[in-house]
Design a protein around this ligand. Structure first.
Ligand code: BG6
Length: 465
């Protein structure tokens, strides 16, 4: 075996409640921001496919779990939808929602799949949206109460918990780039939301510590390394460092170190958008650091100093401009660069600057448009490109681990095709194909069989595909 990983390495996959379950108005669930937004602006969603059915995991969870096992998934991260568990701002618990997650957790365990549960994957219940979402500190406190209900009800069987998936996406796409609700561009509100989300995460960590659960609590951060065009040019370097502050360190530092980077505080202050926070809130953040990290990585960011003055509302673009270079490798379906060495750089950064905290790769994957074009005569998607993508990233992870990186697993996004927010089913990521026009029929792709061999043998050889 050319690339052998240690015994017990977590091979698995990730999805989320809103992207997989469907059953949007069943079992007492109340609407989330996605149901609300789709009802008002369906034209924003690819082919107007909304969140009502997604991959129908709500009804077909037994079949999905069985097929995931056949694809070598030994641990599965999904999210518990707040809107399935808590009915209102007063915190009334929906017992039918609790029963659903009990069923899926038990079914995973029965099939030898470790359940890893995340508490927020971009899905705020409407009753909190209507109260200002994460611009309101009460939302943060309510999130911690929801978290404590989950620890109490499921904590006897779930070892790996995470508070938020990609917390930076909430201010970034909801309050700057307009790809999530409320789709506004307002840096002051984005900064406030960013702080409140961090506070919510730290409050949930505090609840976990109080709960006496035997597991571990973490957060999932999308670490997107920024590479500058000319590292010897101080202006280019500054552009990259500024993006690192905004997109990576804004949640990484408070979550792992308990402190915000001084340079970030100065930057927000200089723009006049530093949120008002209390000493007590900062203390909550200081005292409630995570036990481990999930790291999502898809693509790098390329930045250089601006060649032209920036005009427009306050955005990260004020501090940089992107650049492309000859030979840049692209996943043209998704429009994302493929750059595998970043996995090694991320691992080194965690090792050297974040106390080598335990972490796992919680998302990595390749979304492909019109994937049926690769279907063979037997109905099997021949996705050699996905196998190659996984192998090429794992090589760098393997190298980092050999040099001491504290990484304990690799999760692919996603075990099965799922609904991707406004992109709906445009890009397919799964090891298992889901035919959404045929009752969500599930079939194994070539990558599913390959992943099974990878997970069984804890590694792979260079030449095999
Ligand atoms: C991650 C998210 O950022 O990327 C997922 O955690 C998302 O929710 C995944 O689906 C893939 O991105 P996209 O936009 O292609 O769905």
């Amino acid at each position: 075996m050319d690339y052998q990983f240690r015994e017990g390495f977590l091979w698995g996959g990730a999805s989320s409640g809103p992207q997989s379950e469907g059953g949007w108005n069943e079992g007492g669930r109340v609407p989330s921001e996605w149901d609300y937004w789709f009802e008002r602006e369906p034209e924003r969603f690819f082919r107007q496919v909304g969140p009502a059915v997604t991959s129908d995991f709500y009804h077909k969870y037994k079949e999905y779990i069985k097929k995931m096992k056949e694809a070598g998934i030994k641990s599965y991260r999904t999210s518990i939808q707040w809107s399935r568990i808590i009915l209102d701002c007063e915190g009334h618990v929906n017992e039918e929602g609790v029963a659903f997650y009990n069923k899926i957790i038990d079914e995973m365990i029965k099939n030898g799949i470790e359940p890893m549960m995340c508490l927020h994957h971009f899905d705020l219940p409407v009753y909190w949206v209507e109260k200002g979402g994460f611009e309101n500190r009460d939302t943060a406190k309510a999130f911690a109460r929801f978290a404590s209900v989950c620890f109490e009800r499921f904590g006897d069987r779930v070892t790996y918990w995470t508070t938020f998936n990609e917390p930076v996406i909430i201010p970034e796409t909801g309050y700057l780039y307009q790809r999530h609700y409320p789709a506004v561009c307002d840096a002051r509100r984005a900064a406030l939301v960013g702080f409140t989300v961090q506070l919510a995460s730290s409050l949930a960590v505090a609840e976990f510590k109080k709960s006496g659960c035997k597991g571990k609590i973490g957060v999932i951060i999308n670490l997107t390394p920024t590479y500058c065009e000319n590292p010897d040019d101080p202006a280019d370097k500054k552009a990259a460092d500024t993006l690192d502050l905004i997109f990576n360190r804004s949640f990484l530092d408070p979550s792992v170190l308990g402190e915000y980077p001084r340079e970030l505080v100065e930057l927000l202050d200089s723009e006049g958008i530093l949120p008002e926070v209390t000493e007590e809130e900062l203390q909550i953040i200081r005292e409630n650091r995570v036990d481990y990290l999930g790291v999502n990585y898809y693509h790098p960011r390329r930045a250089r100093a601006r060649r032209t003055p920036y005009e427009g509302p306050l955005m990260p673009e004020k501090y940089y401009e992107p650049y492309e270079f000859a030979g840049q490798k692209m996943n043209t379906s998704r429009g994302w660069e493929i750059y595998e060495p970043a996995v090694y750089d991320i691992a080194k950064n965690i090792q050297e600057n974040y106390g080598n905290i335990p972490w796992y790769m919680s998302e990595n994957g390749m979304g492909i448009q019109d994937e049926e074009q690769f279907m063979d005569g037997n109905g099997v998607i021949q996705d050699d490109y996905r196998i190659q993508f996984i192998k090429d990233h794992l090589k760098y992870l393997h190298k980092a681990i050999a040099e001491g990186a504290n990484c304990f697993g690799y999760h692919l996004w996603a075990p099965f095709d799922c609904w991707s927010w406004i992109n709906a089913y445009k890009n397919r990521y799964g090891l298992l194909r889901v035919d959404i026009y045929d009752g969500c029929k599930i079939t194994m792709k070539k990558s599913g069989s390959w992943f099974k061999a990878l997970s069984d043998r804890n590694g792979f050889s260079e030449e095999e595909i």
